[in-house]
Design a protein around this ligand. Structure first.
Ligand code: 4AD
Ligand code: MG
Length: 464
């Protein structure tokens, strides 16, 4: 067993609770150097031990037996420190450590890619394995971790049952043909067999179909896990692997569904503000000025609802009034691009927007057809800065209508079980999918999914 260090997060927590840390006695810490400056008689190390966003200041002087080594340590080196905690009420940080001993645990080579200065997001993407050691990414991935728990808390505290839907599946839930097919290889690594399961299998694009079956047993359920899409969309919002939260609510229509979405997004905002205040303050200051104001405004305002048809009229008018879209060809039946979604949520509504009742031709087969015969009870939740972060719908619960639709697109075979749910005690039910990595972009103001994902996967990019 290693000697146990006190963590920086514990020190800050005990200080915040009002404990008098001046009587703590000798302390022992371990961590990584963020910065080190030595003025000859006195030196300062900003140490981050990974347990919280904040650094702690280590003060050392010529009394250290290895002063010469310590004063030359570079950003990134790992060290341990034995010393005393000293309160510094007149300084920016409430306390610091006066070092009596500093041990070098892992020196850092001179080609270490992270320097004291600020690096660009693009540069750090190339060094994805080291970027968790930077302020931005340390904040981002701690918020990500906390938000995952927040999501579970939201659903579990409301009685939703968590279902582990499979990653390997035979269905292309969304019917968009963007699946990664599973194959085995022979011992030379040559592609061998795509028939391992006796039928074509792929990585899941959505757990929805499987989770629907559980909703018809448990009432309210959710799945939360990785999903995969072979889309070659080279945008800041698309990844080939992303995490999705997919709740499904029995005895619930589209309005119930949207109420749950709004409550969930607001819960997530409150969660990160409360659980990660240092990180959120950092994003507000360094990444997206105004972020905290924006999130607090969202908390205070009901989400707007708008018919797809009205959205099209507004977009047409915008084009007529001279607004420049890359794609200005707006017509009823169009699958809106991100620029159109963003116009509606940023320029028109200036906040989160539920766009509802889309033309059935541009939406997935499982969505419930409305009485007009033209639209389905679908909704996308659009947010400023990003566009779509949630897609949801009321599901088609009428056997005959769904079967006719599935027969038409030809996906009935293999999904008989899904259809059967409509004849074995079916009921009105609805659900949605939140892109977790996009939600994190929204909450932190980070503008590229390659940054909110620890190891992003996009086409032609698999370095780590
Ligand atoms: O709108 P989508 O395709 O809906 C579904 O998958 C439904 N089965 C959800 C449901 O009703 N249970 O995807 C849902 C969300 C999108 O709104 C978006 O946030 C995210 O998943 N998403 C992606 N995120 C990152 N990269 C991609 N390629 C994404 N595709 C969708
Ligand atoms: Mg969608």
């Amino acid at each position: 067993m290693q000697k146990k260090a006190i963590t920086v997060s514990e020190l800050y927590a005990r200080f915040a609770s009002g404990e008098d840390l001046s009587s703590l006695g000798p302390v022992f810490l371990e961590g990584w150097i963020r910065t080190n400056r030595d003025s000859g008689s006195i030196g300062f190390i900003a140490l981050n031990d990974g347990t919280c966003f904040k650094n702690i200041q280590i003060v050392y002087n010529g009394n250290l037996p290895n002063h010469d080594v310590v004063s030359h340590l570079l950003t990134g080196a790992s060290i341990s420190i034995s010393g005393t905690l000293v309160l510094t009420p007149e300084m920016k940080q409430p306390f610091e450590i006066h070092a009596e001993e500093v041990c070098v645990l892992g020196d850092v080579a001179s080609d270490y890619p992270l320097q004291k200065k600020r690096h660009s997001f693009e540069y750090l993407r190339e060094e994805a394995y080291l970027r968790p050691r930077t302020n931005t990414f340390s904040a981002l991935y701690r918020v990500r971790s906390s938000l995952a728990l927040g999501i579970h808390e939201f659903f579990q505290s409301r009685g939703f049952v968590y279902v582990h839907t499979p990653e390997i599946t035979a269905n292309d839930a969304e019917g968009a043909g963007q699946v990664f097919t599973i194959a085995t290889t022979d011992k030379n690594g040559k592609l061998n067999d795509t028939d391992f399961f006796g039928r074509r299998a792929s990585l899941t694009v959505s757990g929805q179909l499987h989770v629907e079956a559980f909703a018809l047993a448990f009432r309210d359920v959710y799945t939360f896990g990785p999903t995969f899409r072979a889309e070659k969309s080279n945008t800041p919002r698309h990844a080939s692997e992303f995490w999705m939260i997919e709740p499904e609510l029995a005895f619930a229509d589209l309005d119930d569904d949207m109420a749950c979405m709004e409550e969930c997004i607001k819960w997530c905002i409150r969660w990160v503000l409360e659980k990660c205040p240092d990180e959120m303050a950092f994003f507000d200051k360094m990444i997206a000025p105004g972020l905290l104001d924006k999130l607090n405004r969202v908390l205070a305002t009901p989400f707007t609802k708008m018919e797809y048809t009205e959205g099209i009229e507004i977009l047409k008018k915008a084009v007529a009034d001279g607004h420049k879209f890359d794609d200005p060809d707006i017509f009823w039946g169009k699958d809106l691009g991100s620029e159109h979604e963003r116009y509606l949520t940023e320029e028109v509504v200036k906040g989160p927007l539920f766009l509802i009742n889309y033309p059935k031709e541009i939406k997935a087969f499982y969505m419930r057809e409305n009485d007009d015969g033209k639209t389905v009870a679908a909704c996308d939740c659009l947010v400023p800065g990003e566009g779509e972060i949630i897609g949801g719908s009321q599901r088609e619960e009428r056997y005959d209508i769904l079967k006719a639709k599935m027969d038409k697109i030809g996906n009935t075979k293999g999904l008989e079980w899904y259809l059967n749910l409509r004849k074995y005690g079916g009921c009105i039910h609805s659900g949605f999918g939140i892109g977790f990595d996009r939600l994190l972009m929204y909450l932190t103001g980070v503008t590229n999914i390659r940054d909110t994902e620890p190891y992003p996967r996009t086409s032609s990019a698999l370095k780590y």
